[in-house]
Design a protein around this ligand. Structure first.
Ligand SMILES: Cc1cc2nc3c(=O)[nH]c(=O)nc-3n(C[C@H](O)[C@H](O)[C@H](O)COP(=O)(O)O)c2cc1C
Length: 304
């Protein structure tokens, strides 16, 4: 399978793939068609400043970015669309898959999937915004896989570039069996192009799903790409990770304040980065309580 012959997205991962990480990955590793931002949300009636900073145009310059929003109803969705549009974007992804209990209980993420009329209102809002392009990222459902099929007529009515589908239920969170048959049923009926997301860890995994479902528009990778950022671009693993680390380190140490804030950002970079580290190295990095110890742990790697 030719690289570049199908769509490849870097999944949004709250706490990991912020604009600094996305930029570092796109400049150093590459191989990704589009990067999705972690969801922009309304909290206590306000848009979070942190989210708006992450989708600031200047901070995402040169990176093909898709801002993602999470909303409970048409009004909330409209407010979020306004904010994203005002920031200068013409592309929005709607999150209908987040399984975090707080979001689900509030009727957002996978908790939105049973509210067909609210999803329909969001579709209406999308149709009104003719200059914007939309996609949806969803699961099979929150409680059962029938939910995505019941919602399908509403999804079909939405003006979408594609649907990203993760074949798990919200109640499974990110573990447990993937229901590939349910994925297939949805894809067979859906009028939009479909992108597969879930547990793709190697190029063989990616090629496997593309071969199994030739109708797929492409794939979205999350944790697999966090662990192996070189996977799609094909660079030398230690060079890619070392160079990405340098950029994230420069950002953290110049913009963030205090050892604990800086270390938290750096630890997030290494958390999934286990393929290149043995247990001792991983522990030395993650348990470094000061920047001094952190720098020593990184220097001890000998390649970073
Ligand atoms: C820590 C974490 C944070 C996530 N944050 C988001 C998010 O902000 N928006 C979203 O749509 N999905 C989010 N996801 C889900 C991922 O985008 C992806 O759908 C999921 O990890 C399955 O893909 P993977 O097996 O390739 O990782 C998150 C997942 C994890 C583990």
């Amino acid at each position: 399978m030719e690289p570049g012959s199908f769509y490849v997205a870097f999944a949004p991962l709250q706490g990991y793939t912020d604009c600094v990480y996305r930029k570092a990955h796109s400049e150093v590793a590459g191989g990704v068609t589009e990067y999705y931002t972690p969801f922009v949300r309304i909290e206590g009636g306000e848009l979070r400043r942190k989210d708006l900073r992450d989708i600031d145009m200047a901070r995402n310059e040169g990176v093909p970015t898709v801002p993602q929003v999470i909303a409970r109803d048409g009004d909330e969705f409209a407010r979020l669309c306004d904010a994203v549009e005002t920031a200068g974007w013409r592309r929005i992804d709607l999150n209908m898959g987040c399984p975090f209990p707080m979001q689900v209980k509030a009727g957002r993420g996978s908790g939105l999937m049973v509210h067909e009329e609210r999803v329909a209102a969001m579709g209406e809002e999308m149709r009104r915004r003719k200059e914007m392009r939309f996609s949806v990222k969803m699961r099979l459902g929150q409680e059962d896989a029938g939910e995505c099929m019941r919602l399908l007529p509403v999804v079909d009515e939405m003006p979408l570039e594609h649907v990203v589908l993760h074949p798990r239920l919200g109640k499974q969170q990110y573990k447990g069996e993937l229901d590939r048959e349910a994925f297939e049923r949805f894809m067979a009926e859906c009028h939009h192009p479909v992108v597969y997301n879930g547990d793709l860890l190697t190029m063989a995994d990616v090629e496997g799903v593309m071969a199994r479902w030739p109708k797929l528009k492409g794939v979205m990778l999350g944790r697999g790409l966090l662990a192996r950022p070189w996977l799609l671009g094909g660079g030398e693993p230690q060079v890619v990770v070392g160079e990405m680390h340098r950029r994230i380190y420069d950002y953290a140490s110049s913009v963030l304040q205090g050892d604990s804030q800086i270390l938290a950002r750096l630890h997030a970079f290494w958390e999934y980065q286990t393929p290149l580290l043995d247990k001792k190295q991983y522990k030395a990095i993650m348990k470094s309580g000061s920047l001094r110890n952190y720098r020593a742990a990184i220097a001890a790697l000998g390649w970073c």
